[in-house]
Design a binder for this molecule. Structure first.
Ligand code: NAP
Length: 243
């Protein structure tokens, strides 16, 4: 395929599953990570063992310097950029709005909303022959995540507004911009929220009675990026087990 897909936050979870699946579909993959070089290098090694092309690129997308470095490295190391998955996202310990600290709001909104804005800006500057972007939102953008992470939910709602607005700005340039809304996926993000067993606690309230796998989200991301979704832009796929 000789086209590059950049996935932010691809050292674990949904990003890592998407990176491995994308490589099997023929993309050259930029595996961005922040802290976990060992995990990112393992993903790259696995892709290369199967004959694929991948590079691990350390960059903190919460800073503009990190975003600029990331895209400069993609330009330097890999074929032309076709696609971007704004996957990197963070949450913090469950809390209520009554107790929220302004520093936390800065961190959450910077990582989950401002970083994707900057990555979209850099990506579309490189997509002169078209391309595709998928933003990884969350069911929380619709529920507001009360008593858990209203800040995270609000940052994902901002990401959804970016998705819709940008999709209309660049549609005539043959760039499609869509989103996915996962929920209750078995990854380590729930431990960051202070409850590693959160999916199992909630699963009985999910119509499908189970949590989701990262690969089930990756399938939707890769469909939205592909030519099979050639008339689809400015929309979202829910991966929530029916919730
Ligand atoms: P995860 O397992 O916590 O992985 C997060 C990834 O993002 C890691 O690879 C981490 O890299 C990277 N990352 C975090 N901050 C970064 C930064 N500033 N710069 C670069 N990379 C950064 O998360 P996940 O569960 O797979 O979630 C992926 C996306 O899906 C997130 O946007 C999340 O909000 C969304 N989502 C997940 C669920 C769910 O149930 N899991 C539900 C709804 C939405 P390092 O480890 O190298 O630092």
């Amino acid at each position: 395929m000789n086209l590059t897909l950049l996935i932010t936050g691809a050292s674990r979870g949904i990003g890592a599953a998407t990176a491995k699946m994308a490589a099997r579909q023929g993309y050259a993959v930029a595996v961005n990570y922040h802290h976990n070089a060992e995990a990112a290098n393992a993903i790259v090694a696995e892709i290369r063992e199967h004959g694929g092309t991948a590079e691990a690129i350390k960059a903190d997308v919460s800073t503009e310097a990190g975003v600029l470095h990331l895209f400069a490295e993609v330009d330097r190391l890999l074929p032309p950029l076709y696609g971007l998955v704004n996957n990197a996202g963070i949450l913090e310990t469950q809390t209520t709005v009554a107790d929220i600290a302004s520093e936390r709001l800065q961190r959450i909104f910077t990582a989950n909303a401002i970083a994707p804005f900057l990555c979209c800006r850099e990506a579309i500057q490189r997509m002169s022959h078209g391309g595709a972007i998928v933003n990884v939102s969350s069911l929380a953008a619709k529920t507001g995540a009360p008593h858990e992470y209203a800040d995270y939910a609000a940052s994902k709602a901002a990401l959804e507004a970016l998705t819709i607005g940008l999709s209309k700005e660049v549609a005539a340039q043959n760039i499609r911009v869509n989103g996915v809304r996962p929920a209750f996926i078995y990854t380590d993000i729930h431990a960051d929220g202070g409850e590693p067993g959160r999916v199992d606690r909630i699963k009985d309230s999910i119509p499908m009675q189970r949590g989701g796998r990262p690969e089930e989200v990756a399938e939707a991301i890769l469909w939205l990026l592909s030519d099979k979704a050639s008339y689809t832009t400015g929309t979202f796929i829910d991966l929530t087990g029916g919730k």
